[in-house]
Design a protein around this ligand. Sequence first.
Ligand code: BV8
Length: 222
Amino acid sequence: MRITVLTGAGISAESGLATFRASDGLWENHRIEDIATPEALERDPALVHDFYNMRRQKAAEVQPNAAHRALAKLAGAHDLTLITQNVDDLHERGGSPDVIHMHGALNSALCGSCDARWQAPKLMRPEDRCPACGACATRPDIVWFGEVPYHMERIWQALDEAELFAAIGTSGNVYPAAGFAQHSARSGVECIELNLEESANSRDFSRRIPGPASRTVPEWVE
Ligand code: BV8
């Protein structure tokens, strides 16, 4: 069966990574919408680098949970397209072979000048230089608010061609990801939501499986 899955911060919550809602969308009294923007990097590069250095460090310290591992198992039994809004690498470390990071990845660095990408160091600093062009324009390889998400062509195609769409651990607040269920439903795809609580777009799903992902996802995959 062709299955398309979208995951959000909720799938990594039980591994110990804070979700955006749990932290009230705040970090050191800054709204995340105010840090996760190109303007924030311009205004206060040290603050933005610190925010991502802290999250890169934390993501390296935690382990994938049963939900990540269950999706890796699903990939072995079905034609699965796994799309994640998350920037951690827990899907990969949980065994998923092909993960579409639509909002980028903590372990990747990007040159704002020549678009080169490389493995991000543990700590990125404003004065770092691009290894390819030497410009002092390095940034986390993350899609910020106001920027175009990665791999959208492949994502729209996977949403149209799926026989089943499942959203796991996302509050449905950020677009275009929050519109994926509606998009798939319009193509006649069955949409299910596995989430701890109601999300902003629960009404877009024909079925909901409430509860913690580390229990609901392995049960659903079974
Ligand atoms: C774009 C990387 C154009 C950064 C992120 C007005 C209306 C509509 C849209 C807009 C608007 N104004 C502006 C926009 C566009 C904007 C947007 O949507 N803004 C919002 C605030 C309204 N979007 C953009 O700018 C995007 N770009 O639109 O470009 C375009 C459009 C289409 C096609 C091409 C181009 C780019 C947005 C990307 C921002 N970057 N991440 C970083 O990580 O630092 S967003 C970030 O927050 C996440 O990636 C995710 O996408 C989003 C929400 O996070 P969630 O994953 O849902 O996590 P959250 O904490 O919110 O929820 C967790 C859920 O898990 C909860 O429901 C909870 O109950 C559940 N849960 C908790 N524990 C568990 C659990 N579930 C199961 N088990 C558990 N144990």
